[in-house]
Design a protein around this ligand. Structure first.
Ligand code: PRP
Length: 217
């Protein structure tokens, strides 16, 4: 039997996803050893293997078929724009993509002024401002701690993920506009969906049953 390969976005999401896979009977004890530097984990009995990758790389692995299935946030799926099937909302990692900034930026935003937008998600920001709002802005790509940008004067606003809102609050910033809602998704390679249809469909069905059972918990 060919291995079914599953790519998980490293970090919090991977832990949650593994819990879910375990609950539906696809476990991988090898993966629980946090001290290990191993990158790929195999369950020989089930013919399944997991690997951890940087979130942004998960859609790439899935598009090229190096992974049949991926678990990754919708933010990354939208940003990467890869060819793949998004088959399920896992209902975890819920948060929002927002335009944020100080109160003083609200008016400039509303008046469609040529403002600077700092973000880790230039494609999502471009799509939002150019295609949805028809607003010309200057987009500045950053790689983390995006909230710093308006504080030190790099940009007027940011496009970033808001979960609890505490990072914004602690830095005197607020949500000015909402771009979209986000959560963890299961994605599938388009060819694997045909060639491994039975195994992949079985996993999707088990996940759906698990999610239904645990709804509202
Ligand atoms: C994310 C995001 C915000 C923060 C939002 O950052 O970019 O900074 O979480 O969460 P909150 O609304 O609950 O405060 P992350 O921790 O992923 O690090 P980053 O700075 O590398 O983006």
């Amino acid at each position: 039997m060919r291995y079914l390969t599953i790519a998980l976005a490293k970090g919090r999401l991977a832990d949650k996803a593994m819990e879910m896979f375990e609950a539906i009977g696809i476990s991988c004890d090898e993966m629980k050893d946090k001290a290990s530097r191993k990158l790929i984990f195999v369950n020989e009995d089930l013919g399944v293997r997991f690997f951890l990758a940087k979130a942004n790389d998960v859609p790439t692995y899935v598009e090229y078929g190096a992974a049949d299935i991926g678990i990754v946030g919708r933010d990354t799926i939208l940003e990467e724009g890869r060819k793949l099937y998004e088959v399920m909302d896992l209902g975890v990692g819920k948060c929002r993509m927002c335009v944020c900034g100080p109160e003083s930026a609200r008016e400039r935003l509303e008046h469609h002024e040529l403002i600077r937008v700092a973000t880790k998600y230039p494609n999502i920001a471009k799509d939002y401002f150019y295609n949805q709002k028809y607003q010309t802005v200057e987009i500045i790509k950053l790689n983390g701690s995006i909230e710093l940008a308006p504080i030190v004067g790099l940009s007027e606003v940011i496009v970033d993920i808001v979960e609890t809102g505490s990072t914004l609050r602690e830095n005197g910033l607020m949500v000015l506009e909402e771009v979209c809602s986000l959560s963890a998704r299961m994605v599938v390679n388009q060819v694997s969906m045909k060639t491994e249809n039975e195994r992949i469909t079985a996993i999707i069905k088990k996940f759906q049953a698990y999610l239904k059972e645990n709804a509202g918990r």
